[in-house]
Design a protein around this ligand. Structure first.
Ligand SMILES: NC(=O)c1ccc[n+]([C@@H]2O[C@H](COP(=O)([O-])OP(=O)(O)OC[C@H]3O[C@@H](n4cnc5c(N)ncnc54)[C@H](O)[C@@H]3O)[C@@H](O)[C@H]2O)c1
Length: 338
């Protein structure tokens, strides 16, 4: 028998990644909710679910009283769907980005507090063996004291659907992954940002598809982010290409390859001699949404708070909105989460 029952809301593209994961964990799915009923029914048929398709979340929550809701809707719907589920007494695991505004994200975190239910975000790129490895190396101080790190992201993604109409499409829909990884892999939190968003020549998106941002992080660490989602050719990884510099050595993580590092050794002779940084073994068992789901189960079974619980994850979203504000105001702005 399944340990947990969940209603899935949003049966679009990303749900094709979630249903196999939920089924692998034997989660019972009594209903799939989508404003587009035929999308919900199509997923039920595809995965042979004994679930009902519905466009009425309220009715499904009342009827099935699930342990948790999986919110896979578009960002503009996350706040309404998540708050409705929390108020109905369910925990919620939702897709990134938390919300389409900071006001909505704060409302979601407050509603989780008021209802005593968990709200967590599936920030899928944290559950990647190599980003976990980088995080483990850097946060353990293997490079010495971190001074700066950079991320470059260049992909030409010809989407159809909501992204082509979305304002700040790079920062809000994609860079949220990299800005969250920046916190995760460096062990620092944002303090302030100076950023410029723009739409490069040839862009096929309505909103700005490129940005350059300089973040001040805690401990005085500087994080520089450069990205374009309309870059044709010479692409980086979807995780971005990363370079970390500490006072003992450096680490690069590029093209999804095993990270490589060098440590300074011996006396200074203009430049110091270098030795390779030992790279430990990868160790993640569950990847992407499966990793997020495992953390939800640990919470449901033993109360261990997931790393992307709302109070923490809102700091990553705050980086996005501070960058957007900085670009509009053409000045450095503080990053404020709650
Ligand atoms: N983690 C990742 O790597 C990753 C990848 C892709 C998408 N995502 C995120 O997943 C979310 C969904 O993206 P997608 O690509 O599946 O979008 P999509 O447009 O393919 O699907 C969204 C679905 O939600 C439904 N929907 C919208 N509002 C709703 C509401 N109020 N109630 C019920 N259903 C509603 C739509 O009808 C649609 O079927 C977004 O937040 C996106 O950023 C994450």
């Amino acid at each position: 028998m399944a340990d947990f029952r969940a209603i899935v809301v949003g049966a679009g593209g990303i749900s094709g990644w979630w249903f196999p994961t939920l089924l692998a964990e034997q989660v019972e799915i009594p209903a799939v909710v989508d404003l587009n009923l035929s999308a919900a029914q199509a997923r039920i048929d595809e995965f042979s679910l004994s679930a009902e398709a519905s466009a009425d979340l309220g009715a499904m929550l009342k009827k099935h009283q699930p342990d948790f809701v999986v919110d896979l809707t578009v960002p503009e719907a996350h706040c309404a769907v998540t708050c409705q589920a929390l108020k109905a007494g369910c925990h919620v695991i939702g897709e990134k980005p938390m919300a389409a505004s900071m006001a909505e994200a704060r409302r979601m975190v407050r509603t989780a507090e008021e209802t005593g239910k968990l709200y967590m975000v599936s920030q899928s790129r944290r559950w990647d063996p190599k980003t976990e490895l980088v995080s483990r190396i850097v946060t353990a101080g293997k490079l010495g004291t971190l001074g700066l790190f950079n991320c470059d992201f260049y992909i030409g993604a010809h989407f159809t659907g909501f992204r082509n109409e979305m304002p700040s499409v790079l920062l809000l829909d994609m860079a949220i992954h990299h800005l969250d990884l920046a916190r995760y892999m460096s062990g620092t939190d944002p303090v302030a940002v100076y950023a410029q968003e723009f739409n490069p020549p040839g862009s096929w998106t309505k909103g700005d598809a490129a940005a350059s941002c300089i973040f001040e992080m805690t401990n005085g660490v500087i994080f520089t982010y450069r990205g374009s989602w309309v870059a044709e050719g010479c692409q980086t990884s979807w995780n971005g290409d990363w370079h970390f510099v500490g006072d003992r050595g450096s680490l690069v993580y590029e093209h999804d390859q095993t990270p490589q590092g060098e440590l300074a050794t011996g006396a200074v002779n203009f430049v110091r001699r270098l030795k390779p940084l030992p790279i430990p073994a990868e160790r993640l068992k569950h990847l992407g949404p499966h990793g997020a789901l495992s953390e939800l189960f640990k919470y449901l079974r033993g109360g261990k708070v997931p790393q992307t619980e709302g109070h923490d994850n809102i700091k990553s979203l705050a980086m996005v909105f501070a960058a957007i504000q900085s670009s509009k105001q053409k000045k450095r702005v503080p990053v404020r989460a709650l």
